[in-house]
Structures are given as C-alpha cells and as structure tokens.
Write a new protein. Structure first.
Length: 230
C-alpha cells in the first residue's frame, strides 16, 4: 500500500466524518455494543444470549434481508444442538488458533448442522444456512467478539480498497488472511490521526461501542471504495 495515497484518503475521510453522512454505518457500533454486553460463553441458554447479541435499533440488514437470514438459521441450529453450537463459537473465538482455519471450520460445522437440520425437518423450506457467504457474517461475529482485532469482511470491497490505496499484487478473488493484515495496518495508522479520531468519537452516542474498534478501518474502507455496507 502507498502511504501517501492512504494519507490523502485519511484527509478526505476526516472531512466526511464531520458531516451527517458519517452516521450511516453507526449501527455496526451499536450491535458491537450489544454483543459486548450480552455474550457470555459460560451461559448455556445460548438461544437467548445469541439473540440478545444481535440487536439493533436502526436496521437488521446485517443478519436479515431477502434470501439471507443467518441469524434465524443459527437459532434453528441452537434449537437442534445447542451444545455443539456452543463449541463452534468457542472454537471460532479461540485466539490460540489460526483465524482463517477457524472461520473455515465454523462454516464446515454449519454445513454439518444443515444436514442434521434437514434430516430432522424434511419438510422445511430452508436449503442453506447463509454462513457460506464469503466470510461476511462470520467475520462480523469475530469483529463483535474482538473489536480491536477484526473488521467485517466483504471480498469485493476489500479488493477495491487495495486498488484505491495503491497495493501491489492484488488478487483476482478474495483473500481473507490478507484482509486481516490490511485492516490491522490501517487501524494502526488511523489510531495515530488524533483529529480524525476526535471526529470519529464525536459522532458516537452512548448506545455505540466506545472502545478501540476495527470498525473504523472498516468504515474507512467503505468510504474510500464508495461501496456501502449493510
């Protein structure tokens, strides 16, 4: 990535943060706050915990829109085998293991649960679990659990971001491991921009997550690419 291009985008991003348009993705920070408040790996009423974590007063489009309902299907899986789903999330959030391997395993486990679900409910109309969406919802889980380590991922937006910041060797398809590294680099650079951070913090309200969050790097990527989030 080319630092001078990143810096130029930072200047434009800071100006944008001081406008009303900068509120359009704040629902991500709100859900992140819900997750931080309600997730409890020690509780076994996982359906209530998970449901309480994925809430928002503005929109549910992160987890519910036409032909896309990962939250509803995860609640179905919890009803089917709560203990197994609990272990899935424990593995996903185990930072001692490789992140890319964890998200792949989580999706594989969803595949297995879908087979069990369809066997248990042969007349159900559901044909998918919606977690095989190119890491979008699983990366969102990670970003909610570890705000200062992960950002939501969407392959097309990430590839466009690499073009915008002058990155070399841009892949032809998504690259989740590289996304992890790029978001870490951008967040580190953003955290050094004091006036930009002040503009960001000024837009947050009490219901939003207030700590250091890679959602700022995610928001920057959405701004730079012109590709809005949900």
């Amino acid at each position: 990535m080319q630092l001078h291009k990143i810096k130029a985008h930072f200047e434009a991003f800071e100006r944008w943060l001081r406008t009303p348009a900068a509120e359009q993705r704040l629902h991500y920070w709100e859900t992140q706050a819900y997750w931080q408040t309600h997730w409890d790996a020690e509780r076994f009423d996982l359906d209530q915990v998970y449901d309480a974590c994925l809430q928002n007063s503005t929109t549910k489009r992160i987890w519910k829109r036409p032909a896309y309902e990962p939250k509803r299907m995860m609640l179905q899986f919890i009803a089917l085998d709560a203990h197994f789903v609990h272990s899935m999330f424990q593995d996903l959030f185990n930072e001692e293991k490789d992140a890319h391997a964890r998200v792949d395993r989580f999706i594989f486990y969803c595949d297995q649960l879908l087979l069990q679900y369809r066997k248990a409910k042969p007349t159900a109309i559901d044909t998918g679990h919606y977690h095989d969406d190119g890491y979008e919802i699983v990366s969102f889980y990670l970003s909610c659990q570890y705000p200062n380590r992960y950002a939501p991922y969407q392959a097309e937006r990430f590839l466009e971001l690499l073009h915008c910041v002058g990155a070399a060797n841009i892949p032809s398809s998504g690259d989740f491991p590289r996304h992890l590294k790029v978001m870490r680099t951008l967040q580190t650079l953003l955290n050094k921009e004091e006036s930009l951070l002040a503009a960001h913090r000024a837009r947050l309200r009490p219901e939003h997550y207030q700590g250091d969050s890679y959602l700022l790097a995610f928001d920057f990527a959405c701004f730079v690419t012109g590709m809005d989030a949900l």
